[in-house]
Design a protein around this ligand. Structure first.
Ligand SMILES: NC(=O)c1ccc[n+]([C@@H]2O[C@H](COP(=O)([O-])OP(=O)(O)OC[C@H]3O[C@@H](n4cnc5c(N)ncnc54)[C@H](OP(=O)(O)O)[C@@H]3O)[C@@H](O)[C@H]2O)c1
Length: 138
């Protein structure tokens, strides 16, 4: 399970979502997301899936509470041994897959406005922004 990564864009106070969408529009980050995830498999929660635009070049796999995260990952790795798998949100999905995530790509967005969905803590560290296994990308 060494290829499981997480990718998220997080506001200054941990914001990740608002009304089912991203709270901001950041074209640089969207370009970054495209570049990093191209050719990979994305695990996305069923709520996020409702508003996700088409993502050419990536296989998007929906997750809901009926699906056991570990079994899902084992099956995806088994069928796609050479692909990187990204857990791509939202909050419930990050939370459910956190035990299997080895690496996090976090874009820190300069946004301090409202949100209704927030990033869960990574690996139990008090502040994910300082987590040792955390890889800041912007
Ligand atoms: N900033 C970012 O990088 C980023 C990335 C992705 C998403 N987002 C944002 O995150 C928000 C969505 O996050 P989210 O956490 O609400 O949803 P989500 O992770 O996209 O999907 C959540 C799904 O989990 C299932 N679930 C599991 N336990 C549940 C429970 N106790 N109650 C209800 N549902 C449960 C439900 O699916 P079933 O009903 O099918 O079981 C639900 O649809 C959106 O605003 C989206 O734009 C942000």
């Amino acid at each position: 399970m060494s290829k499981i990564s997480l990718i998220a864009a997080v506001g200054r106070s941990g914001q990740i979502g608002m009304n089912g969408e991203l709270p901001w529009y950041d074209s640089d980050d969207l370009r970054w997301f495209k570049m990093v995830t191209m050719g990979s498999i994305l695990i996305v929660g069923s709520k996020t899936l409702e508003t996700l635009p088409p993502l050419p070049g990536r296989a998007v796999v929906g997750w809901g509470r009926e699906i056991d995260p570990e079994q899902m990952i084992v099956s995806l790795v088994d069928k796609n041994p050479d692909k990187i798998i990204y857990v791509a949100g939202g909050a419930r999905t990050y939370q459910a897959f956190m035990p299997f995530v080895k690496r996090a790509h976090i874009s820190r967005i300069d946004y301090d406005g409202p949100a209704d969905t927030f990033m869960p803590q990574l690996w139990g560290e008090p502040d994910y922004a300082d987590a040792v296994r955390f890889q800041a990308v912007s």
